[in-house]
Design a protein around this ligand. Structure first.
Ligand code: HEM
Length: 154
């Protein structure tokens, strides 16, 4: 089914409404992930053996920001091009990093749930089943594109 301008707007408008608070949201997002699956924190090399508290870790915020912003970009691409194209410069490094870190389909599922919950809680006054579906579809297509780049590293 086509990714319509309406779906794009549902994602982009809600993202624009909350992106100024992205750092705080990013933290909530990861706390949600680690609450459901505590072992997931062990996947992030920068969280192991560090005395920096979670909420002050710049790399965690950066990762959360990438997920939010890339899902939003995916919505724009889906409407314009009908598919998600990852930037050439990030592709290799990015795909290899996830494969090397041992990220599986279950981790992407977990992140999907946490992402939708975080956005829902951030914009309760805008939230609707249509908005949920637009974010979910954008995320799913983005993850498909990432998974294609996640061939095992030689
Ligand atoms: C690294 C984005 C899903 C764990 C990265 C990087 C980006 C990114 C941009 C930095 C790549 C680099 O420069 O090496 C995304 C996006 C995702 C996603 C857009 C989903 C749409 C996940 C999931 C997990 C995960 C589900 C695990 C729960 C990691 C880890 C690293 C990483 C462990 C390496 C961090 C490091 O070594 O410093 N991700 N990611 N990612 N990601 Fe993701």
């Amino acid at each position: 089914m086509a990714f319509t301008a309406e779906k794009e707007a549902l994602v982009v408008d809600s993202w624009n409404a909350i992106k100024a608070d992205a750092a705080e949201l990013g933290l909530k997002f990861f706390l949600r992930i680690f609450e459901i699956t505590p072992s997931a924190s062990g996947l992030f090399p920068f969280l192991r053996d560090t005395s920096v508290p979670l909420e002050k870790n710049p790399k965690l915020k950066r990762h959360a920001m990438s997920v939010f912003a890339m899902t939003c970009e995916a919505a724009v691409q889906l409407r314009k091009l009908g598919r998600v194209i990852l930037k050439e410069t990030t592709i290799k490094h990015f795909g290899a990093t996830h494969a090397k870190a041992g990220i599986t389909g279950e981790h992407f599922e977990l992140m999907r749930y946490a992402l939708l919950e975080t956005i829902r809680e951030a914009v309760p006054y805008m939230w609707s089943p249509k908005m949920r579906n637009a974010w979910a579809e954008s995320y799913d297509q983005l993850v498909e594109a990432i998974k294609k780049e996640m061939r095992p590293v030689a």
